[in-house]
Design a protein around this ligand. Structure first.
Ligand code: HEM
Ligand SMILES: [Cu+2]
Length: 657
């Protein structure tokens, strides 16, 4: 009996036999011990529980999202470097083919779903309520639930690395490869449940922010007076609301195929794998716009703040954002031009894809015109913004090249494509969120990040990026296809691959500079003199940094776009300070353990489904049900912050008197 258990643990449960994975297991084990020890030694368990794990404060939830996503950037980045090492020296067989398949799959999933999405949600959470003058999001409890669903979904996906086996059918898991016949192992089940659980969290966040933006704006902030970042969040979240249900259903159907032996996506038995490919891209294409639209919003904020000018073409920006999210639903088939839809269908999707270039071009010109004749300064957030423009323009143009259906027969699944999408994902999404992170960092923590180290990181990222990805366009045209770990030396691909790998390591170094930058800035902590670190234009800069629990002691009244800037101008021109309304008690939500517990139950249930262990599925499902019941019967969910406490907090922060 005991022997059986040990056999099971060593043969099936834990992944054994690979030194890289053994190293990871040991370091995961050690870091868990270290964390438990540190929390116990410094007596921080209660603090962790009451201040963080059960919090419903959007600012803290945002910080947790950002921490999780940076950890995932590290994991996805290590995956990328491993692949690049293999591709530089394919003769050596550093990564065996199966292992390579697992790594490109987890790299893709982690970078998009567990790095880009949470980094984006982190910024939404921190910035949106502050920019619209609100005290919280519309549904704070749901917000915490979203975070924990994302977190435990990501963890479920990640444990596949050391327990049970990683998925290896590509980041979108096309059948029949992802069916039981093609992937008999557990990896694909981890994929389904990890993404499903975190996807529900993302859908809830989308709904939450649409409602927040529509219902919680400060008095006077008409839609057409909202900051551009808020518009970009609105367009992204509307896209989430339409796209994520498709993902949920698609994964669920794949689950039914694998678990109950149905045939939705297998030809034998009457299903059709193309059905899956259509469905997954009906989510997948909008998904790439979901992550890029907020980056456009961030650039708009930063360009106008550091040009000291109003954003050029506000209305056309809004129109561009909205039309991009609309058109993103009509381009999905450009991902499989080569799969036999015929000339008319291909032509339709080629044209809709090219149409998106128009609003995108409008935005680029608007940013340029905003800078034109502005009083420009170039701190790190602005540097990232400037670097983004040429990078994204080139990435966008190669995208238009890919959208020419007949030409795509040449580009399809080649390194040309890999270069294209990394150019827009790194040059657009990652650079954009970095810009946002540097810009709003002082708002989150009350101090700025060290500029010198930030500039090093900036240059290394940029140089590394071009060195890594430009050769890949050429490699693609030379015939190198994606997703393989070996090629023959006489193909002549090695020199460019070596260059590309060097570039990847330069980006790895850049990441280390950012870690150093954060550590350095914490060590030499210099408190910002006031909440308005960049002489900003929007409302988040009108309150102290970090913002108090209730954000605004008095709800601001908005009269124009760039409300805070206009107010500062008015005062500078000798305007009288507005009379202060008396403080009133502030209504706030109470912390709750339920979101955390419900997500743990989902994790348990998902893990049970992966292993087909009924003894885990059932308690997990019961846990979810109990949490929902408990929430339905809890009436004591809110409280008021009394006026004297607000006064004390404001006095301590040096806020409004
Ligand atoms: C930081 C530097 C990065 C490097 C060096 C890198 C490198 C790679 C490599 C070598 C592959 C596999 C190509 C193949 O053999 O098919 C790949 C695939 C991929 N990467 Fe990256 N990557 C990076 C960042 C990112 C980021 C930031 C994202 C998304 C936000 C991303 C998304 C993807 C996706 C979706 C795939 C496709 C996976 C698949 O074929 O299933 N990568 N990357
Ligand atoms: Cu697409």
């Amino acid at each position: 009996m005991f022997q059986n258990l040990i056999d099971f643990l060593l043969n099936d449960f834990f992944i054994t036999g690979d030194p890289l994975i053994l190293g990871a297991q040991v370091s995961i084990g050690l870091s868990m011990v270290a964390v438990v020890f540190a929390l116990s030694y410094f007596k921080k368990w209660r603090w962790l529980w009451t201040e963080w794990l059960t919090t419903v404060d959007h600012k803290r939830i945002g910080i947790m999202y950002i921490i999780a996503s940076i950890l995932m950037l590290f994991r996805g980045g290590v995956d990328a470097l491993l692949m690049r090492v293999q591709l530089a020296v394919p003769q050596v067989e550093f990564l065996h083919a199966d292992h390579y398949n697992a790594i490109f799959t987890t790299h893709g999933v982690i970078m998009i779903l567990f790095m880009a999405m949470p980094l984006m949600f982190g910024l939404f959470n921190i910035v949106v309520p502050l920019q619209i003058g609100a005290r919280d999001v519309a549904y704070p409890f749901l917000n915490s639930l979203s975070f924990w669903m994302f977190f435990f979904g990501a963890m479920l996906f990640n444990v596949s690395f050391v327990i049970g086996g990683s998925p290896d059918a590509g980041w979108l898991a096309y059948p029949p490869l992802s069916e039981l016949s093609g992937s008999p192992g557990l990896g694909q089940d981890f994929y389904i449940w990890g993404i499903q659980i975190s996807g529900i969290g993302s859908l809830a966040t989308g709904i939450n922010f649409v409602v927040t933006i529509l219902k919680m704006r400060a008095p006077g902030m008409k839609l057409m007076k909202m900051p551009m970042f808020v518009w970009s969040v609105l367009s992204s979240c509307i896209t989430i609301m339409f796209a994520f249900p498709i993902l949920t259903v698609t994964l669920f159907l794949l689950f039914i195929d694998r678990y109950f032996g149905a045939h939705f996506f297998t030809l034998d038995g009457g299903g059709n794998p193309m059905m899956y490919i259509n469905l997954i891209w009906m989510w997948g294409h909008p998904e790439v716009y979901i992550v890029i639209l907020p980056a456009f919003g961030i650039f708009s904020e930063i360009v106008s703040a550091f040009s000291k000018k109003k954003l050029f073409g506000y209305k056309s920006m809004v129109f561009a954002l909205m039309s991009i999210s609309f058109f993103s639903f009509f381009t999905w088939a450009h991902h499989f031009f080569t799969m036999g839809s015929g000339a008319n269908v291909n032509a339709f999707f080629a044209i809709t894809t090219m149409l998106i270039a128009i609003p995108t071009g409008v935005k680029v010109f608007n940013w340029l015109f905003t800078m034109f004749r502005g009083k420009l300064t170039f701190p790190t957030p602005m540097l990232w913004t400037i670097a983004f423009i040429p990078c994204f323009v080139v990435g966008g143009m190669t995208g238009v090249m890919l959208s020419v259906a007949p030409a795509d027969f040449q580009f399809h699944n080649s390194y040309f494509l890999i270069a294209h999408f990394h150019q827009v994902l790194i040059g657009g999404v990652v650079f954009g969120y970095f810009a946002g992170l540097y810009y709003w960092w002082p708002k989150m923590f009350g101090f700025k990040l060290h500029e010198g180290l930030g500039k090093w990181a900036f240059w290394l990222w940029n140089i590394g990026f071009y060195v890594c990805f430009m050769p890949q366009y050429a490699l693609g045209l030379m015939g190198m296809t994606r997703r393989f770990n070996e090629y023959n030396f006489d193909m002549g691909w090695q020199p460019l691959n070596v260059v590309s790998t060097v570039g990847a390591f330069i980006m790895g170094l850049a990441f280390l500079f950012q870690v150093w930058q954060i550590a350095h800035s914490i060590k030499f902590y210099k408190k910002e003199p006031n909440g308005d670190s960049w002489d900003g234009r929007t409302l988040e800069w009108s309150i102290p940094s970090p913002a108090p629990l209730y954000n605004f002691a008095r709800v601001p009244v908005v009269e124009s776009e760039d409300a805070w800037w206009e107010e500062k101008q008015r005062l500078a021109n000798g305007g009288k300070p507005k009379p202060l309304a008396p403080l009133e008690p502030i209504h706030m939500p109470k912390n709750s353990a339920i979101p955390f517990l419900i997500s743990v139950s989902f994790f348990v249930m998902g893990f049970g489904f992966v292993w087909d262990w009924k003894w885990m599925i059932i308690p997990g499902a019961i846990g979810i049900a109990i949490c929902m019941l408990a929430r339905s019967f809890s009436y004591d969910t809110d409280y008021y912050i009394p006026v004297d406490e607000i006064e004390r907090t404001e006095a301590a922060l040096g806020g409004t008197k």
